[in-house]
Design a protein around this ligand. Structure first.
Ligand SMILES: Cc1cc2nc3c(=O)[nH]c(=O)nc-3n(C[C@H](O)[C@H](O)[C@H](O)COP(=O)(O)O)c2cc1C
Length: 208
């Protein structure tokens, strides 16, 4: 492994929000989708090598779940959100522009727990899912794919989970909007993360 490459990917990862048009959504050519969708699938599985502290269930130990939505589905979603739900946020435009969307959820085990041990387990389920999510962003960056970790807006509502057949016992960790490099030269509006320029190194200290 080349450590410089690893640093480069960590430093190059950045939020790229791509806003499209619901009436004229981005269409990923089949030959591009064949290669890139497979890379996303592989990246999601590799992201699942993140650490996790507590087994969430006997059947599936990991505390996270991931759901792919490919280009045709994100385009249909853009129309559904905009026209049927009347969603006025940027989410339909993001769905219209993206090449793929990965929804990452985590599974609460002790909602509303007062006992400290249970609260710690809950926090560590979130921490592990967050690590898995960042793994995915780094792998997408390494593939040259634009990516944006969004809280999800309407996508995090129980009604939307029901619509997709996701259990409402799950909580959205992030809606990861992905843009394949072949689709990036399209004149869409692109926005950076609002806090990108606020970064510092003031959060680190030597103790003692
Ligand atoms: C848990 C989480 C949720 C986020 N949700 C949103 C969001 O809903 N809207 C948004 O504009 N950015 C969201 N972001 C992205 C941040 O705005 C972005 O990371 C920050 O501005 C720094 O920019 P950078 O990612 O380019 O370094 C989210 C980031 C995280 C970690």
């Amino acid at each position: 492994m080349n450590i410089d490459d690893l640093y480069r990917v960590v430093r190059e990862r950045r939020t790229v929000k791509v806003l499209g048009t619901v009436d004229e959504p981005t269409v990923v050519p089949t030959e591009v989708a064949m290669i890139r969708d497979a890379q996303v699938r592989e990246a999601v599985l590799a992201a699942g090598m993140a650490p996790f502290h507590y087994p969430r269930s006997k059947e599936i130990a990991e505390p996270w779940r991931a759901y792919h939505l490919w280009n045709e589905q994100t385009n249909a979603l853009a129309t559904y959100l905009s026209e049927e739900l009347g969603d006025k946020t940027k989410i339909p435009q993001l769905c219209a522009a993206c090449s793929a969307l990965v929804l990452i959820t985590w599974l609460p085990e002790f909602p509303g727990a007062e006992e400290e041990k249970q609260r710690v387990i809950e926090e560590e389920h979130i921490a592990a899912t967050s690590a898995m999510t960042q793994n995915l962003l780094l792998l997408l960056t390494g593939h040259g794919m634009g990516n944006y970790w969004s809280s999800g807006g309407v996508l995090r509502t129980p009604a939307f989970f029901d619509h997709l057949g996701i259990s409402t016992g799950e909580r959205l960790m992030g809606a990861i909007f992905i843009e394949y490099p072949e689709m990036s030269d399209d004149g869409h509006v692109r926005k950076a993360g609002a806090l990108r320029e606020k970064r510092s190194t003031e959060w680190v200290r030597d103790l003692g």
